[in-house]
Design a protein around this ligand. Structure first.
Ligand code: MG
Length: 333
């Protein structure tokens, strides 16, 4: 197989359920890798994008190469990858949660509750919302509104998006502890391991970290110095942001060698690519963005969520062709 063409373009992505609300300039890179393998009269083409929540890197090659390789092998990526790694992928539906819950500029609490109800209508049982952008009392009300639309606060995670300094992180942990949340994410600067450690020593419920760390060396420092607890805490490394799948595999190898269970890994990004990785690598579950980050929101309608689990795509490659928004974006290349 030879690569005969590579096409790349940066596009804007939404942050909110309503794509009309400004996203703050979020962008991502689309990549199409065209091969000389012809199927059905057309060249096999791998598609990739540079995940969500950051900016275009103009280098999302890794995902597109995995998509093309699995397509040429005529296998869904999770089966192709499991075979390459000598693992057994059951193909069972993957645990997912619905991510969103950014503060709304108007009517925040009512809009948030409506958003969470949309998640449960779509089949999700767990959700994650943003906190840290406003006073703790206001975030408490957001948590109460969101938890009331779920089966309780144990089904709700909160993401502070690295907003808190050391003292604020401690205060937030004390305020959040009575809720018994599913997890407390990105509680301070991602490299402030001392604050992570102080919070972990006193906060009894799960903490989630690692979204903004990108190398095995950084992940190892987190594991050694942030006080995280292997029996409950969550690891969020984004397989795309971590220099592609080989980099992500190095992180998993590094941390499992330190005793971390594979169930602790819940990759950030909310994309089809992650579903395949969770299935192939035996990880805990995946983020999904049912309403935000258009055109990559999902999962697609062809993969309906049931009781918090999503079926795996059964088409060759990643399956972007099943997703209306992604397919149209990639066809634009
Ligand atoms: Mg986060």
């Amino acid at each position: 197989m030879r690569i005969v063409d590579i096409r790349e373009r940066a596009i804007g992505i939404s942050r909110y359920r309503d794509p009309g609300i400004p996203s703050g300039g979020l962008t991502t890179s689309l990549v199409a890798v065209v091969t000389d393998v012809v199927r059905g009269g057309r060249p096999v083409t791998g598609y990739g994008f540079a995940s969500v929540g950051r900016y275009a890197q103009s280098g999302a090659l890794d995902m597109a190469l995995w998509d093309a390789a699995a397509k040429i092998a005529r296998l869904p990526l999770h089966q192709f990858l499991a075979g390459r790694l000598g693992r057994v992928a059951t193909g069972a539906p993957v645990s997912v949660y619905a991510s969103g819950g950014y503060p709304y500029p108007d009517g925040d609490l009512a809009a948030l509750a409506q958003e969470i109800r949309q998640f449960t209508d779509l089949g999700f049982t767990h959700a994650k919302i943003k906190i840290g952008a406003q006073p703790l009392d206001e975030d408490r009300r957001r948590i109460e509104a969101a938890a009331a639309a779920l089966a309780g606060p144990g089904h709700l995670a909160v993401d502070a998006m690295n907003a808190y300094g050391p003292g604020q992180a401690q205060a937030a942990a004390e305020a959040l502890a009575p809720f018994g949340l599913w997890w407390f994410e990105d509680l301070c600067d991602p490299l402030d391991f001392a604050t992570h450690g102080r919070v972990a020593a006193r906060y009894p419920h799960p903490i989630a970290a690692g979204e903004a760390l990108f190398s095995a060396a950084e992940a190892d420092l987190l594991a050694q110095h942030a006080g995280l607890r292997r029996d409950r805490d969550i690891l969020l490394f984004d397989p795309v942001h971590c220099y592609g799948l080989p980099g992500y595999l190095r992180i998993i190898d590094t941390l499992t060698a330190r005793g971390w269970p594979r169930r602790a890994f819940w990759p950030h990004g909310g994309q089809l690519f992650s579903l395949h990785l969770v299935a192939a690598l035996g990880l805990g579950g995946a983020e999904a963005n049912p309403l935000a980050f258009h055109p990559f929101h999902g999962p697609p309608a062809a993969l309906p969520v049931t009781d918090g689990h999503v079926p795996l795509p059964d088409v060759p490659g990643i399956g972007f062709e099943l997703h209306d928004g992604a397919r149209q974006a990639f066809q634009g290349l």
